[in-house]
Ligand binder design. Structure first.
Ligand code: CA
Ligand code: CA
Length: 356
């Protein structure tokens, strides 16, 4: 082979190599462009659903503010599940290119797990009565009621400031391998998941989480919206079932307007002054804390937003937490019993299923 032919051969190899590089680059560019286009489309579609959810959230906040203003005009501050407009479900409703459904829940109708502790000096000390009340409630709602004691004891240790195991089945730092206990009030009821003995099976009974909340220590229970198992737990060491029956019966006649008026009736009237005072500090007929849940479905996907709102009687209504949550179950039901009786399954937008 002459030198000239060798040079031509080498040039050909270089050309072929460059051609291969250009082809590879082109394929890579096309792949990345396609990837980028899909990602942009997904982001735009996600953002569109998020904006729809925020619009529904704004509507719910407006309804809550209107409700408070109406109450203030009429001079009776109550929040209940029958006459209040916020307490209803929005069934799947078409809006532009999306379907929206929503529900509003009263977080003060739930058992506040932070009740297990009281602030004393610089410490959070446990409240043994509240721990027993939580055990009662857990025994009602856990698939395995015999786990109620251990979970309530672990939660009390999780929250109290000390690092001593106070009950036989409690657990402090030494009992946890990979984490430390909070030793302070928690911000969300889902922190119960962090307890040593808590398992996924414990949440099996739907709507497990709907019975619990985590609000500031002194937050009261709204007896107009609390479900029967929560009332039953909170009254378990005082008036028990006769007290629950009285509250349920009064609610059927309309919103309860005064805690003191209820406490003046039997069986509450037979309690000691201290017991009545403790209940008076624990109960209320209105609420500051609410949750709005919104499902938005478009052709591209499904988004669920859970927003928590504080609406004080003498302050500004504000969002204090906003979470995009996985759609694992139907929307939590609104508390209006008429809406829940009329349709046992709360309206929910099933993924990939056209709503009726
Ligand atoms: Ca502790
Ligand atoms: Ca402890």
């Amino acid at each position: 082979m002459s030198g000239h032919q060798r040079q031509r051969g080498a040039a050909l190899v270089i050309v072929l190599m460059m051609f291969a590089i250009v082809v590879t680059l082109s394929v890579e560019v096309l792949y990345r462009q396609d990837h980028f286009r899909t990602r942009t489309a997904n982001l735009l579609s996600w953002d569109e659903r998020y904006q729809y959810a925020m619009a529904a959230e704004a509507l719910a906040i407006r309804a809550l503010i209107d409700d408070l203003e109406n109450d203030q005009q009429s001079g009776t501050l109550t929040d209940d599940c029958v006459s209040d407009r916020w307490a209803v479900n929005l069934p799947p409703t078409p809006y532009e290119s999306a379907f929206l459904s929503a529900s509003v829940q009263d977080l003060q109708g739930r058992f506040n797990i932070n009740w297990l502790i009281r602030a004393e000096a610089d410490e959070f000390v446990r409240d043994p009565e509240a721990r027993l009340q939580l055990e009662q409630l857990l025994a009602r709602v856990l698939p395995q009621p015999n786990r109620a004691a251990v979970l309530s004891m672990e939660l009390a240790d999780w929250l109290d400031s000390n690092n001593l195991v106070d009950d036989v089945d409690g657990a402090e730092d030494a009992e946890y391998r990979y984490q430390r206990t909070a030793n302070t009030p928690v911000l969300h009821e889902s922190e119960m998941r962090a307890l040593r003995s808590f398992t996924l099976e414990d949440t099996g009974a739907d709507p497990f989480w709907g019975f619990f909340t985590a609000l500031p220590l002194g937050t009261r229970l709204n007896i107009n919206t609390a479900p029967e198992p929560v009332l039953s737990a909170v009254f378990s060491d005082t008036v028990a079932e006769p007290g629950v029956q009285l509250v349920m019966q009064l609610r059927e006649e309309g919103a309860i307007e005064s805690v003191d008026a209820v406490l003046a009736q039997a069986p509450f009237s037979a309690l000691t002054a201290d017991q009545r005072s403790a209940l008076s500090n624990r109960l209320d007929v209105r609420s500051d804390y609410f949750q709005v849940m919104v499902d938005v479905r478009t052709d591209q996907g499904l988004t669920r937003l859970a927003t928590r709102i504080v609406r004080p009687a003498d302050g500004e209504t504000a969002v204090f937490s906003r979470q995009l949550v996985p759609v694992l179950a139907p929307l939590e039901p609104a508390c209006n019993p008429l809406y829940n009786q009329a349709d046992n399954t709360t309206p929910v937008i099933e993924s990939g299923v056209e709503p009726e």
